[in-house]
Write a protein that binds this ligand. Sequence first.
Ligand code: IDP
Ligand code: MG
Length: 157
Amino acid sequence: MQVRQTDPKEGTSLVLIKPDAMQRRLAGQIISRLEAQGLRIVAAKMLQMDKALAQHHYAIHESKPFFHDLVAFITSSPIIALVFQGKNAVEVIRQTMGETDPAKAKPGTIRADLALDIQHNLVHGSDSIETALQEIQLFFSKDEIFDCGRDAEKRIC
Ligand code: IDP
Ligand code: MG
């Protein structure tokens, strides 16, 4: 059987469909917009983040004034965590999401088109290749990720 090789420029990134997106029935639309960029889902699960996971995931913001509210928001109801794979995945996802503050995000981005405010901005995407690897490990074990290179025979590529 022919095995397709993963493009060396292909990367992976963590995406979280945040509580506001779930409550507003926007999960499908957000996932569609990311798939439309040519990215593929290689891992997915629904979960409710607990305080410890939220504090770890957002540790970089620990000293920010919005940290407490952010942890309360992200743990407030279930989310969907996904790993997307594809060419320049981190950058493509960041561009598709738009800036953190929807008021500043470019038209056509998820946040500009659909988000309500800087906290309720619907979606998380890792901000660098290094961060992506750390964040993916926080949410998924290795055997939950259907990596394209490793699992080409499973025909998700
Ligand atoms: P990002 O999600 O675009 O990477 P970050 O600066 O990493 O943005 O902030 C993480 C999350 O914290 C944001 O997505 C948003 O939900 C929340 N957040 C960021 N800045 C503020 C703020 O000034 N007020 C309230 N919430 C904020
Ligand atoms: Mg960030």
